[in-house]
Ligand binder design. Sequence first.
Ligand code: C2E
Ligand code: CA
Ligand code: CA
Ligand code: CA
Length: 280
Amino acid sequence: AKSQRQGGYATYHPRMHEQLLERVRLETDLRRAVEQHQFRVVYQPLVDMGTGGVNGVEALVRWHHPERGVISPVTFIPLAESTGLIGAIGEYVLREACRQVAAWRSEVPGAENMRVSVNLSAPQLDDPDLVGLVTRTLEETGLPATSLVLEVTEGVLVDQHEAALTTLNALRGLGIRLAIDDFGTGYSSLSYLHRLPVDILKIDKSFVDRLSDNGDLSLVDAILSMATTLGLATVAEGIEHEHQRSALAAQGCDIGQGYHFSPPVEAADMPGVITAALHT
Ligand code: C2E
Ligand code: CA
Ligand code: CA
Ligand code: CA
C-alpha cells in the first residue's frame, strides 16, 4: 500500500509486468485446456413469453481449470480469439450443444421442438470452412438445421466484409437462423439493420435493466416495434424480475432469458427445468 502511494512509473511498471505474466500464464493454460478438454457447456433456457414453456436453450461455455476452478468466458474468450484457439473451442461447443439438444429432443417430454443457440466469434466467421463444419456437425448429431441458431454480436455483424456476409447467407441457406446478439450496444443505424441477414434480435440486458417499476418503456418499445416491422423475432436477455418480464410480454417480446426464469445449468439439470416449466 505504501509503495502504491508513491505513484509514477516506479509502481506502474511492476504491475504491467504482473499483468503480462498473468496473460502469458493464462495463454499457456488455455492451450493445454484445449488439448486436455477442460471445457464444458452449460445451458440457459429461452422461455416463450406467451406460454412460459422452454422452447430453446443458449449454450454457454465454461473452463474447468484444474487449479483455479471454473473460469468465466468473459475472461478467456477474448484471449481465445486473439490466439486463434477460439476455432477449436467453438467447434467443441457447437458439436456438444447440437449433440445434447438432439438427445433432449428425442428423450425429454416437452423438448421435441427445442432449439439451441450457439455464440459465434468474429474469427470463426472468417474461417472459410465454417459452413462445412456446421453442415457436418448437423449431419453427425442429427439436429435439424432449422433448430440451430447462431448468435453474432451487433458489433461483429456491422463490421463485416463481403466474405463474411457470404458465409452468413450460406448458413441461412442451410436453414439455420441467425440472431443479432447484444442489440443496442453497437451503433447500427435502423436503415442498416434491415440489410443484415438476421432472423432474431436479442435486446441487450442493459435495456432490460432500465425497465424499473413504472419505468420508461419507450426505448424497448421502439426496438420491439422496429423488429416487428422488419419481421424479426425478439428475445430479451438478462430478465431478473417479474416486472421486467410482464412489461416485456405486454410489449410483445417473443422470448425471455434471464435469472428470473433460470440461470445457466449443467446439462444433467435441464430435463428438470423443462419439466417444471411444463407444469407452471
Ligand atoms: P452473452 O452471449 O450475452 O450471454 C449471456 C450472458 O449473460 C451469460 O454470461 C449468462 O450467464 C448471463 N446472464 C443470463 N441471464 C442473466 C441475468 O438475468 N442476469 C445477469 N447478470 N446475467 C445473466 P456468461 O455465460 O458468463 O457468458 C458471457 C459471454 O461470454 C456471453 O455473453 C458470450 O458473449 C460469451 N460466450 C459464452 N459462451 C461462449 C461460446 O461458446 N462462444 C463464444 N464465442 N462466446 C461465448
Ligand atoms: Ca449470446
Ligand atoms: Ca447476449
Ligand atoms: Ca449481453
